[in-house]
Design a protein around this ligand. Structure first.
Ligand SMILES: Cc1cc2nc3c(=O)[nH]c(=O)nc-3n(C[C@H](O)[C@H](O)[C@H](O)COP(=O)(O)O)c2cc1C
Length: 360
């Protein structure tokens, strides 16, 4: 085995000191106004040994929120809060991008402005859980976005990209995975529209294309990544017989943009590493730019993926919850702290910033 996983790489214009990436992890600890605070600064600074931190999914608007205490990137206080995080990560020699998020139908009326219905491609309720402000509850029935609202939605993505830049991030990652709004438009099971955003794949791709066009007026493409989950059933969506054909077209639409990276959750998010024989590998090969692999990787798998050229970097999710110095531990082949079972979502420092680093 070589040491390539621990060697630098360029993801577009983002220089990584190693190829161990911290996957985006919702931890539901934002304060009033969905603002990050000192605890987030400490948490992310502790993890600056990663080649790249992909900060947790962050909503572009109040409407884009689906869980309690997730941070936003649309208000001045949120931008100021994130600025402290990026400064702390940079001062420790780390890199950090922001995952830009709209949950679509994975929300609850109690979390929505004026108790309104969440929005989606079509008015189809998700067989999935959201949060009503007190507990996890079934998601509310959404309303379909009007065609006339789409420019407003795309503008919110663009403004979020502007705000992320102001907050000092090294780039942004568009969240097109895990059954949230963009994937709700992509999949035929959740998109029954008869306008230009529904019907053939080319139409269902329109929102993603428009979001990319909008954010690429703000950021150079070599600082923008996209996350997809072609074979994950998370949040009551896909995979289905159409997954391969759909994601071939998604990747073909992204390919010419010259993005910093494509980031794929390769199987069922947080579940098994299984997908139709060879399908993930074939999709990956359609993308000629840098590729971040994720889902169920351990040290050996990650070393193999990078050495074989299947991946340029590997993102670790759950291992980063309990190992703030995961990259350093993997490099030394040191033991990991046991996986987190408590205080994953919500609360304070306990289970968040109190995991020990290696001694010495
Ligand atoms: C607590 C928790 C929060 C997560 N939050 C996000 C998120 O904000 N955005 C996202 O794209 N994926 C999220 N995921 C999925 C992870 O990024 C990752 O895809 C998943 O944990 C599989 O990787 P792993 O096997 O290395 O943990 C989350 C997963 C967990 C366990």
């Amino acid at each position: 085995m070589s040491d390539k996983l621990f060697e630098p790489v360029e993801l577009g214009a983002i220089h990584l000191k190693n190829r161990v990436v911290m996957a985006p992890l919702t931890r539901s600890r934002a304060g009033d106004g969905d603002v990050t605070h000192d605890l987030h600064v400490e948490y992310y600074a502790q993890r600056a040994g990663a080649g790249l931190i992909i900060a947790e999914a962050t909503q572009i608007s109040p409407e884009g929120k689906g869980y309690i205490a997730t941070p936003g990137i649309y208000s001045p206080a949120q931008i100021a809060g994130w600025k402290k995080v990026t400064e702390a990560v940079h001062s420790k020699g780390g890199k950090i991008v922001l995952q830009i998020w709209h949950v679509g139908r994975i929300s609850h009326v109690n979390l929505q402005p004026n108790g309104q219905a969440p929005v989606s491609a079509s008015a189809i309720r998700a067989e999935a859980m959201s949060h009503d402000g007190t507990d996890y509850v079934p998601a509310s029935t959404p309303r379909a976005l009007e065609t006339s609202e789409m420019p407003r939605l795309v503008e919110e993505y663009r403004q979020a990209a502007v705000n992320a830049k102001e907050a000092g991030f090294d780039g942004i990652e568009i969240h097109a995975a895990n059954g949230y709004l963009i994937e709700q438009f992509l999949r035929s099971g959740t998109n029954k529209r008869d306008d230009a955003y529904g019907g053939p794949v080319d139409n269902r791709l329109r929102l993603l294309r428009e979001v990319m066009d909008a954010v690429l007026t703000v950021w150079d493409a070599n600082r923008v990544g996209v996350r997809i989950s072609p074979f994950s059933p998370g949040n009551g969506i896909g995979p289905d017989a159409e997954s391969v054909e759909l994601y071939e077209q998604v990747i073909d639409a992204l390919e010419p943009l010259g993005l910093a990276y494509l980031h794929a959750i390769e199987g069922a998010t947080g579940g098994g590493r299984d997908w139709p024989e060879g399908a993930m590998q074939a999709l990956r090969k359609r993308f000629s730019g840098p590729y971040i692999a994720n889902n169920g990787y351990d040290r050996d798998l990650a070393i193999r993926a990078v050495d074989s050229g299947e991946a340029d970097a590997v993102a670790f999710g759950r291992p980063y919850i309990s190992n703030p110095d995961l990259a350093e531990r993997l490099a030394k082949n040191a033991p990991l702290n046991p996986p987190a079972t408590e205080n994953v979502y919500g609360g304070g420092a306990k289970g968040y910033t109190d995991y020990p680093k290696l001694a010495g």
